[in-house]
Design a protein around this ligand. Structure first.
Ligand code: ADP
Length: 453
């Protein structure tokens, strides 16, 4: 038996991602600790963990975001590392610092890098310094509305006012022309102040028909950085991703290699460590950086399927100080993968649909993966993110992956609550989607068109 990388890992998250991390830990023979709110005592991540600790009431602020309770849970269970998953505390530099200050390992990048990339203005400055192309816009934060007018006049409308501390598509406002700038400025700043407690905003050219293409990277603490290719996450509603693909239907292998090389070289120079994703807008053959996520992402499974890599296992190994042990030349891309994010929402109105799941039957068969914490009898609580399942398929070609997704969606039975499965069924039947012919604006129009169905 090999020595364990960690004695015990506490997973500071819930839902499917907590299960995903538990699975990687189990294969590495590392015991896990689940934390949960009182609303989640019957949750699957609690049932499957080796140990669990209740950390507070339903509200995320008092439980999954409760740093003191989480650190106490680690102390009483003897965990020596914490995996934050995505969302919640995963991009909170202060939390990463506290974890390390308590003598535990934070499974992720250094707190300095989390802090740097969490401020989108600092992130853009850092990226520019390592030769990564940016969306044209203001240099740094805008001091006042006049400064916004000046930059917008220079780069041309439409423009986007964005919150430096933004996330989850909030604190972002478009101005189609000069007459809309005043309002966009006020709305974006108010939203930024309310949502993030920081009203610093910057301005970017609003691209009219880009794709969202992001690069998955992994870096060890010995100077090795590799990328695992791109994901196309252009299918979004309200700046939130619904369906992702690897690779992008719009990108050639040469374009991927070229972008990947720039990104890896840059992150090596920054001394970045662990998993990260650089997000770009891609239009007219040009990549423009928008932000970097310093954590595992929801859509990481499509990358795992085409690369045959366990990204969570890699995160854990790197956090324990191991070397990657392979180079870019060892990373191979095989076939095509698609992920549908299935949420507990009405497929037409998107109203949340928490409640009891009476029947749960997940699809299976060749090339099908379901990451979900649902089970028959489970009650989806109203307090958290509405994501309840990720359905991922892998096949040799994109048309075969679409056929497989169609088949798997038809097999998927979730009874008792409404989900977005019917929406995904309509998307995969659409000729434009099948042709790979879409931008970040495609899905909003598609949803509007199907509202009358
Ligand atoms: P967040 O951190 O809130 O997710 P991002 O900067 O990642 O914000 O942007 C989210 C989405 O908003 C992008 O995927 C894209 O669809 C859209 N977006 C962001 N910047 C621009 C831009 N300059 N032009 C057009 N769309 C944009």
């Amino acid at each position: 038996m090999m020595a364990r990388l960690f004695q015990k890992i506490l997973i500071a998250n819930r839902g499917e991602i907590a299960l995903r991390i538990q699975r990687a830990c189990r294969e590495l023979d590392i015991p896990t600790v689940a934390v949960h709110s009182t609303a989640d005592s019957q949750a699957m991540h609690v049932r499957l963990a080796d140990e669990s600790v209740c950390i507070g009431p339903p509200s995320a602020r008092d439980s999954y975001l409760n740093v003191a309770a989480i650190l106490s849970a680690a102390a009483v269970t003897g965990a020596d590392a914490i995996h934050p998953g995505y969302g919640f505390l995963s991009e909170n530099a202060g939390f990463a610092e506290m974890v390390e200050a308590h003598g535990l390992t934070f499974i992720g990048p250094s707190s300095a890098h989390i802090r740097m990339m969490g401020d989108k203005i600092a992130a853009k400055t850092a990226m520019a310094s390592i030769g990564v192309p940016l969306v044209p816009g203001s240099e740094g934060a805008l001091v006042d509305l006049d400064a916004a007018r000046e930059v917008a006049g220079r780069i041309g409308y439409p423009v986007l006012i964005k919150a430096a501390a933004g996330g989850g598509g909030r604190g972002m406002k478009v101005a189609m022309d000069a007459s809309e700038l005043d309002e966009a400025w006020t709305v974006a700043r108010t939203e930024a102040r309310t949502a993030f407690g920081n009203d610093a905003v910057y301005l970017e050219k609003y691209l009219d028909r880009p794709r969202h293409i992001e690069m998955q990277v992994m870096a060890d603490s010995h100077g090795s950085v590799v990328h695992f290719g791109e994901r196309d996450c252009s299918l979004q509603r309200r700046h939130q991703k619904l369906l992702e693909e690897a690779g992008s239907p719009a990108l050639t292998g040469e374009e991927r290699d070229a972008l990947g090389a720039v990104v890896c070289e840059g992150l090596r120079n920054l001394g970045y460590r662990n998993a990260g994703t650089l997000e770009f807008l891609y239009q007219d053959g040009q990549f423009s950086f928008i932000e970097m996520n310093t954590r595992l992402q929801v859509e990481h499974p499509v990358t795992e399927m085409v690369c045959g890599v366990d990204l969570v296992r890699e995160q854990i190994r790197i956090a324990a100080g191991e070397k990657l042990g392979y180079t870019q030349a060892d990373v191979h891309f095989s076939g095509h993968a698609i992920e549908c994010r299935i949420t507990a929402e009405d497929p037409v109105t998107f109203a949340p649909t928490p409640g009891k799941v009476s029947v749960f039957h997940a699809p299976g068969g060749l090339g099908v993966r379901v990451d979900s914490a649902l089970y028959a009898g489970y009650v989806v609580p109203p307090y958290y993110d509405s994501l309840v399942a990720k359905l991922i398929v892998h096949a040799p070609t994109r048309p075969e992956a679409i056929a497989r997704m169609r088949r798997a969606l038809a097999e998927f039975a979730v009874v008792g609550i409404k989900t977005t499965i019917p929406l995904h069924q309509r998307i995969v039947e659409d000729p434009e989607f099948q042709a790979g012919d879409y931008t970040i604006h495609w899905l909003e129009r598609f949803v509007d068109t199907h509202r009358g169905d």
